[in-house]
Ligand binder design. Structure first.
Ligand code: NAD
Ligand code: DAU
Length: 354
């Protein structure tokens, strides 16, 4: 698709982890685009993540909730967006187990509200695009072998992945039923700076720094495919500009790790960085009750994206981890601000007497 003439883009969830990296890339790389960041600033959204670009002339922020239909319709009327990159979501599997309905509300209803607003405002669909950012978790769980491809049937297992699968189906339905131009990408686990410390890597980094127990679910044998968040943002850029309408693209790092191995790797890198004796941080590893319905293995086959659009990860995992750990060590103030308040309550509910 040719989006060279594209001028005004709505990015939802831009104050979150991946959204902030996508916004930074688009604001800096495309000064000719106007980027509007719409975010409800839930516990996971933080404008600190965008301090460096908040005064850029092609960037503005709007606080609002994607489930608020009249507000969203008005926003589309006021702005005449030519494209949407939709990242806003409830994103944490463990929270979806505690409170599934809030995931249905934001991820399913919120996506439907945005799709409807785009359909209403795009009388002429030519040159428009609804880019839906999704997850590999919609495909379910793999055994020891095999990969998820774009042809793999959906088989979501958690309230989070079921809500994301529903949102993917809605996007697809709007394409087939109303001709709404769309593209979907399904990505594996991201790591990098500004990730909320409810997720495995920043939680473990923070706990290692403070010599707190490192809660590994079950036997730690579940496998995830890790990708540097900036490489996800690069993939979104490429798909946004060159992807084929109506298509799905899988994004992954070809980088599978068992949870326990990645935690040991973190411990050994951090022992060196913190001047601790080799093996000291690993003593903090504590096996805890498994996550309900814990998917065993995710692995993405990103061949389509590589062959069609030439994308591949730019960083080796060890280098990415090194940069990531350095960022968290250098930004203790950021960690402190996001772990004060409601995080403490969440942590207690999730981990105390688990
Ligand atoms: P995140 O939880 O860090 O950020 C989500 C953002 O959405 C926050 O800024 C939050 O304030 C905002 N938000 C939540 N509910 C909202 C609402 N009702 N209205 C407006 N804004 C709202 O999530 P993330 O990890 O950055 O993930 C972003 C997207 O990428 C999600 O759609 C997620 O499903 C998808 N994804 C994430 C990963 C990953 O590894 N983190 C991998 C693949 C896909
Ligand atoms: O695969 C993409 C998905 O990756 C995204 O769609 C989700 O938004 C994102 O949260 C992530 O989901 P996971 O459930 O895989 O990520 P999380 O960091 O929560 O957990 C990674 C693995 O580590 C998982 O197997 C559970 C395990 N884990 C997690 C936490 C928080 C632990 O063992 N201990 C923990 O404390």
């Amino acid at each position: 698709m040719n989006l060279v003439s594209m001028k005004k883009i709505l990015i939802t969830g831009g104050a979150g982890f991946i959204g902030s990296h996508v916004i930074r890339l688009f604001v800096n790389k495309y000064p000719e685009y106007t980027i509007v960041n719409l975010d409800a600033l839930t516990y996971a959204g933080n404008l600190e993540n965008l301090r460096d670009i908040e005064n850029a002339p092609n960037y503005s922020f709007v606080k609002g909730d994607i489930t608020d239909e009249s507000f969203i319709n008005q926003l589309f009327t006021d702005h005449s967006f030519e494209a949407v990159i939709h990242l806003a979501a409830e994103s944490h599997v463990d929270r979806s187990i505690l409170d599934p309905l809030s995931f249905v509300k934001t991820n399913v209803i919120g996506t439907a509200v945005l799709l409807n607003a785009a359909k209403r405002s795009w009388k002429d669909m030519e040159g428009k695009l609804f880019y839906h950012v999704s997850t590999d978790e919609v495909y379910g769980s793999l055994g020891e072998t095999g990969f998820f491809t774009e042809e793999t049937s959906y088989d979501p297992r958690s309230p989070y992945s079921a809500s994301k699968a529903s949102s993917d189906h809605l996007v697809s339905a709007y394409y087939h039923t109303y001709g709404l131009p769309m593209v979907i990408s399904n990505c594996s686990n991201n790591y990098g700076s500004h990730q909320f410390p409810e997720k495995l890597l920043p939680l473990m980094i923070n706990n290692i720094v403070h010599s707190k127990p490192l809660p590994v679910y079950g036997k730690g044998e579940n496998v995830r495919d890790w990708l540097w968040v900036n490489d996800h943002a690069r993939a979104i850029d490429v798909i946004f500009h060159q992807g084929r309408l109506g298509e799905t693209y899988n994004i992954g790092g070809f980088n599978e790790w068992k949870n326990i191995d990645i935690v040991h790797l973190l411990c050994s890198i951090m022992d060196k960085k913190l001047g601790r004796a080799d093996g000291e941080s690993a003593k903090l590893i504590t096996y805890v009750k498994d996550r309900a319905g814990h998917d065993m293995r995710y692995a993405i086959d990103a061949t389509k994206l590589n062959k069609e659009l030439g994308w591949e990860p730019s960083l080796q995992f060890e280098e990415g981890m090194d940069k990531t750990i350095d960022w968290y060590l250098a930004n203790e103030g950021w960690i402190q601000s996001v772990t004060s308040g409601s995080y403490k309550q969440y942590y207690e509910q999730q981990y105390t007497s688990r």
